[in-house]
Design a protein around this ligand. Structure first.
Ligand SMILES: NC(=O)c1ccc[n+]([C@@H]2O[C@H](COP(=O)([O-])OP(=O)(O)OC[C@H]3O[C@@H](n4cnc5c(N)ncnc54)[C@H](O)[C@@H]3O)[C@@H](O)[C@H]2O)c1
Length: 719
């Protein structure tokens, strides 16, 4: 094998069995050297008369975690995967995959060309390619349906979710689970089979695909699943077309050929690049560039939550689900009881929907303990405060927490937008104070903005980022600046939506345009959900004038239209339903308000709606980047995809702008600046990058950053 090839395969012999061990740390992807090594050693074992069977396994904790993503879209060295897999499939001697850990994507496809499959009880198998905008292109779409049936294969490939060893055994992917030493058990298994004149090949198992032939049910069901869970994505349709070929083609190789064609189409599709950007972007976001990798982490074995409302309850569930015991404190018995009741109801709903067993529910709910006494929080490792959004109240609570908890406890606030430094300043441990901005519902939404105060210590930041990972969040660091990352960007987006309404568009047109762009919910549906009255009431209390942009929503509030909460806002809602119905009675109001403010309503194209709302995000994103509030442009993409319903297949707003070309972005903004010069002034960083025909990348170095906005300068609401 040549040296330039990446990864290798170790060859050893145990009696009459050859053992091929994939060795490409840390997770054994199928890099060039692995493919070459497998081909070479299958050949070697086949040409050695003393060898009667072959074991294929992985070094370390993975079997084979998948293809080598770094090779995608590039020319690569060594044999291609399909030819290596063919060598294994047509080996003269029986091959067993001894699955010692994760067998994902190309890893499972490798196992599927073996005659037999055995796993440890820690084995995990799956075909997650769809998450990268791809399909399993090394025979997975043809072989998995033959093994588990097309319906289950489609569910696995469309969700990308892996199966545990136990489920893999019952579904027929594994032939056996090893109870002791995997290699010893695999040898014993092979010895039993050596004498057989023929060994099973998945490609020949046609029974399950033939059963599905002639009926459209399986495919119709899969299309419905894809439409529901992967709206706008290209790969799912391709996966379904591959399985259709597996069902209908008589010749296995004809199905394989179709799979290759459909795979190539996915590879060339821009969605693939966008989704791989997000895959790597999420990993990049978890790193804090100026904090040393070896920063010691505090262990978080217990937590406290103050405030058991919407957010506190969700955060408590999140921690308990990860096995962390949580004490939940509220201001009085009544609120605490209500909060605990909601948590229990949410868990019960999961049981009723089959997402969790009764036993699991009891276990996790049992980890959540209500309390009214701060003394009980004395020994927890972290407290997350989630009371009403009021600085004085939060400062009071931080003072109390500072005095009752031990000095090491991290004090976190779930504030949507208050100054974390103002909270840190009332404590004697500013290094241990941090923002943890969860999104609603906190037990479901993946985004967690970790807000770094000026004094938050490296250890605190690293610990909270690691906790974020443990509880399954996409954690992104934001500097402590108004609106943090997400809500600050959102402000420009909703501003444009409201202006479009004043200029002549209707809420349904704006929502439909943005939803067909891929946003999971249009801005007016979102405003109805959050409540139109929050800003209106706040302005009334403070005796502030209504800015032009809010004139329509204020007028709706004057007429008792607050949004979903009272079944009428921009839309009408029928009792108990969240489905928006048109509200033609509002149209007169829109016209009146436009007229009163001397705005000539006009026909507005869907493209203008999309451009104005999305480029509003992008320009604000550029400012956030040049101030260093976000560490990198990819972090903003992670924020928007996981917290604000931006379509993953577009790679997030900043990636979208890169793909559009920043010069094009500026060109469009220049056209809009005729409507609003101030808003559409390009951020200096955006202008600079466009002038250099460059793209958004890392944030500028600290000494080149633009000045941060202060909390006093900005008046930013948010969710
Ligand atoms: N709701 C959202 O969508 C959302 C999203 C992100 C962040 N946030 C932020 O999270 C925080 C909580 O918001 P929420 O929506 O959960 O509010 P909520 O009104 O649902 O719950 C607040 C809870 O805090 C309790 N509380 C009030 N004063 C207290 C005190 N002195 N001691 C102990 N408990 C007290 C209340 O009894 C209530 O249970 C706010 O800072 C909010 O800005 C909210």
């Amino acid at each position: 094998m040549t040296n330039e090839l990446k990864g290798k395969v170790n060859y050893s012999v145990n009696g009459n069995i050859a053992i091929l061990e994939v060795d490409n740390p840390p997770v054994n992807p199928l890099s060039s050297g692995v493919r070459a090594g497998l081909a070479e050693f299958i050949e070697k074992a086949n040409s050695d008369d003393s060898i009667k069977g072959i074991i294929l396994t992985g070094a370390g904790r993975s079997f084979i975690a998948g293809a080598d993503i770094s090779e995608f879209g590039k020319s690569f060295d060594g044999p291609d995967l399909n030819s290596t897999l063919r060598d294994i499939e047509f080996s003269n001697k029986p091959v067993i995959a001894a699955i010692n850990g994760t067998a994902l994507g190309g890893g499972l496809e490798t196992a599927l060309v073996c005659n037999y499959r055995m796993g440890t009880n820690k084995a995990i198998v799956g075909l997650p390619e769809v998450n990268l905008g791809l399909l399993p292109g090394a025979g997975g779409t043809q072989r998995l349906p033959r093994l588990v049936g097309p319906s289950q294969a489609l569910k696995m490939m469309l969700s990308g979710a892996p199966l545990s060893a136990e489920k893999a055994l019952t579904s027929g992917i594994l032939d056996a689970i090893s109870g002791n030493s995997l290699i010893e058990d695999a040898i014993e298994f092979l010895q039993d089979k050596i004498e057989l004149s023929e060994h099973p090949k998945v490609r020949d198992k046609n029974e399950k695909v033939l059963e599905a032939r002639g009926s459209e049910n399986v495919l119709t069901e899969a299309k419905a699943l894809a439409a529901k869970t992967r709206r706008g994505q290209f790969a799912p349709g391709q996966i379904i077309a591959c399985v259709e070929a597996a069902i209908n083609e008589d010749d296995f190789d004809a199905g394989l050929k179709k799979e290759s064609e459909y795979f190539l189409e996915c590879l060339m599709n821009p969605q693939r690049e966008a989704m791989i950007h997000i895959f790597f972007g999420e990993r990049a976001a978890s790193k804090i560039s100026d904090i040393p990798k070896d920063t010691p982490l505090m262990s978080i074995n217990s937590a406290g939550i103050v405030g058991s409302g919407t957010m506190g309850g969700g955060i408590a569930m999140n921690l308990a689900n990860a096995g962390i015991p949580v004490l939940v404190l509220d201001q009085d018995e009544k609120n605490l009881e209500r909060g605990m009741g909601v948590i229990e109801k949410n868990y019960q709903m999961m049981v009723d929907r089959g997402r969790m067993s009764q036993e699991q529910k009891e276990k996790v709910f049992g980890l959540i303990t209500p309390t009214l006494s701060y003394e009980d929080l004395a020994k927890v490792d972290i407290v997350v405060e989630a009371v009403y959004e009021n600085l004085e109240l939060k400062q009071e609570i931080f003072k109390t927490l500072d005095s009752v908890t031990n000095n090491n406890t991290i004090l976190a606030s779930n504030t949507s937008g208050l100054d974390i430094d103002a909270l840190a300043s009332v404590t004697n441990r500013p290094g241990k104070v941090v923002g943890t901005h969860f999104f609603s519902p906190a037990n479901v939404m993946r985004l967690l903005e970790v807000v770094r105060g000026k004094d938050s210590s490296d250890e605190t930041m690293a610990t909270v980022m690691s906790l974020g990972k443990k509880i399954g969040k996409a954690a992104v660091v934001s500097l402590n600046a108004p609106g943090f990352i997400g809500n600050r960007m959102l402000a420009g987006y909703t501003y444009q939506a409201n202006m479009l309404l004043l200029e002549g568009a209707l809420p349904s047109q704006v929502d439909n345009a943005l939803e067909s762009f891929g946003m999971s919910m249009g801005p007016f549906r979102m405003m109805d959900l959050v409540g139109l009255d929050l800003g209106w009431r706040a302005r009334k209390l403070a005796n502030l004038e209504t800015p032009l942009v809010n004139k329509i929503s204020a007028e709706l509030c004057e007429r008792d239209r607050f949004g979903q909460k009272n079944s009428k806002g921009f839309y009408n809602y029928s009792e108990g339903s969240r489905a928006p119905n048109p509200a033609p009675e509002n149209e007169e109001i829109y016209k009146e308000v436009s007229e009163k403010n001397n705005i000539q309503r006009r026909e507005i194209s869907d493209q203008e709606i999309i451009d104005r709302c999305i480029l509003g995000l992008v320009n604000e994103g550029a400012k956030i980047l040049e101030e260093g509030v976000a560490q990198r442009s990819g972090d903003m993409d992670i924020v928007y995809i996981n917290g604000y319903g931006f379509p993953i297949w577009r790679g997030g707003p900043m990636f979208y702008a890169n793909q559009l070309g920043l010069e094009e972005v500026i060109k469009k903004m220049n056209v809009f600046s005729e409507l609003d010069k101030e808003f559409w002034k390009p951020a200096p960083l955006l202008q600079k990058l466009a002038d250099q025909s460059a793209t958004f990348g890392e944030a500028p170095a600290v000494n080149e950053r633009a000045e941060l906005l202060s909390f006093e300068q900005a008046n930013m609401g948010g969710v």
